[in-house]
Design a protein around this ligand. Sequence first.
Ligand SMILES: Cc1cc2nc3c(=O)[nH]c(=O)nc-3n(C[C@H](O)[C@H](O)[C@H](O)COP(=O)(O)O)c2cc1C
Length: 429
Amino acid sequence: MSPFDSLTLPNGSSVPNRIAKAAMEENMADAEHLPSAELLRLYQAWADGGAGLIITGNVMIDRRAMTGPGGVVLEDGTELEAFRNWARIGRAKGAQIWLQLSHPGRQVMKNMGQQTLAPSAVALDLGKHSNLFAMPRAMTEQDISEVIARFVSAARLGERAGFSGVQIHAAHGYLLSQFLSPLTNRRTDRWGGSLQNRARLLIETVKAVRAAVSPGFSIAVKLNSADFQRGGFDAADAKAVVEMLNELPVDLVELSGGSYEAPAMQGEARDGRTLAREAYFLDFARDIAAVAKMPVMVTGGIRRIGVVQQVLESGVAIAGIATALAIRPDLPNAWRRAEDLRPEVAPIRWKSKPLAALAAMAVVKFQLRRLSRGRAANPNVSPLKALVLAQLRTASLTRKYRRWIASSVTATAASGSTSAPPRAVGMPR
Ligand SMILES: Cc1cc2nc3c(=O)[nH]c(=O)nc-3n(C[C@H](O)[C@H](O)[C@H](O)COP(=O)(O)O)c2cc1C
């Protein structure tokens, strides 16, 4: 099996090779939270670079629930022109491009000014940084139906704009992942308790999205192989959820791991067990691929073509790459030309793990900003400099977001419109 062999998905569509650009939140929306010119330039680089599958960063299904400021929002009533351009650019060289649809649940910074929702009122525990996040409110049945409807609307709009598919984000401690984990889901109704119940929101969302799009439109799920927290969602749970997804027309499952509390997706779990080796979720992925009826993709730590090959030989269909493609967006084409590239950033060994994790993200985001301006990456940037720049940018984007959402609520109220956002910010929902 070559990394450059195509893959036919269960829906009959084809992915031209086995290298995927994994989701990376760009925070590059324009003033209206639509895809900006910089964002499109960034995706042009990935499309030209030869990845067979391009998965966007988090796209928010609800403007009130943002994984971060500067995020793209896709809701009923959203103007689709910029999304059409994004999809066209992503597909121009033959790749599939999927929108990653996300709802952060409780993982929203307090200074975004929103009431956060979660399966249960369990706040994030980030030690002395915990007060950066608010106590979430437990969702009602109505909130749950609204979330499903919003995943459906966003997928439908994505198809209308020309995307090849969507990836439903059920990993990394976001809302669907919070429902899956017994640590964050303490509900006693049909949405909590047994794994069957905890997986219900994911399963119902997949079914509702599938019913709303055409059969050739790809639907994928990003799932944690484990939360890496004692008593959390574990590898056996992940396997059982994949068996549930086997019964549905899902075109791909991507395996990752961790959450804000235990950022294993960055290569290190909070329990100190260092997973900083290449393809660090591969053992889990191999086990899951053995039971999965759909193709499996694994992401995390992959930066060499030899490791991509090893991943494929393990029965995993696609190798997902984030960081290395932020440094060299042309990596697949360079590998195809037999160039032995292995792009990486130096590990950050600061005493404070939360700060080191933030800096690691900032270093990669620094590269995305450079690519979006048509410049080459600079993986040797000082992590401190990248972190300070990222913090300043986030503060400015947060202020812009707060102004935008306040004005969009005012505009909605003035027009008497019932389209998104359905209720005023700050009111119970
Ligand atoms: C800057 C940055 C932003 C990310 N944003 C997202 C995201 O929006 N959605 C997601 O599922 N994963 C996100 N991730 C996680 C990546 O998809 C991936 O799982 C992780 O970086 C490990 O892969 P890598 O070692 O190839 O970077 C992000 C990672 C980075 C570094």
